[in-house]
Design a protein around this ligand. Sequence first.
Ligand code: UDP
Length: 331
Amino acid sequence: MRVLVTGGAGYIGSVVAEVLVAEGHGVVVYDNLAKGHRDAVPPGAEFVHADLGDATALRQTLERQRVEAVVHMAADSLVGESVTEPAKYYANNVGNGLALLDAMRAAGVARLVFSSTVAVHGEPTKLPIEEDDPTAPVNPYGETKLAFERALRWYGEAYGLHSVSLRYFNAAGATELCGERHDPETHLVPIVLDVAAGDRDEVTVFGDDYPTRDGTCIRDYIHVRDLARAHVLAIAACDAGAAVYNLGVGGEGTTVLEVLDAARAVTGHPIPARVGPRRPGDPARLVASSARIERALGWRPEIPDIRTIVESAWRFRARRAAARDARRAPG
Ligand code: UDP
């Protein structure tokens, strides 16, 4: 199938593109490079440098590239920023998302996989979080993702759009080609590895007085390749209507201190940490149930343990550092 990946030069999008290429699909990455990296686009994928807000470029790309399905990853995704800059989140996550749907209608493309978030549920009422649990986002990030999910339902009923929304939390880890490279970096795993690599002095643990087994927040870290596999499976599963699936690794989730311990074991570095105040808006425990997608599509995480996840991110980092050094070496 010919698949357009919006945001395909970003962290998760580039791995989706990589898995699609590996499985023999025709891949077009559409990215404005606001946060993505040109060199993250995998060999074998075509690249279109354009903005989702550019209706002409989008429609031309869909038509000229004979796109049959879209994986929509392009979005703003920082909770804190969404609270201080909601306009940016509504414009990009809702406005540009709707522009994409309109361009798809005009070009006759009827399949969409949407990268959503478990943050659409807000503070969980029970764990693990399931698809039919109440949706009550507590920040504009979750709110705008939910708004787009809801649009998908109505566009499905009125215009025959077939969609699957995938909700998940903490993508982590790397493949041989692609990994996490945000600037500035706010995510726990790359920050911890920055310390191990000597690029930062210490990690600040945001609060150790949560009601969890060691007092630090519990999250559901999913290997980015497992996430990408779910997106690729979902393309084939796009059926009439708008399906929603949660992705999680199962079990009890992982605390911040457990991530630190995994990184110490992987890197052999002591990774000094200091406890700071809680980060506003951080729920104590977030874990999602992926029972529905396992039943429906047979998806299960292949790399569920945090140590292997961190190890893959560490190897990616080492490969990038080696490539940088080789470029700098004289001669
Ligand atoms: N965290 C931390 N120190 C950091 C960055 C993150 O203690 O420097 C914690 C954060 O409070 C959360 C977990 O690590 O409990 C994962 O945070 P991240 O920003 O990676 O992802 P999020 O859960 O916000 O999507």
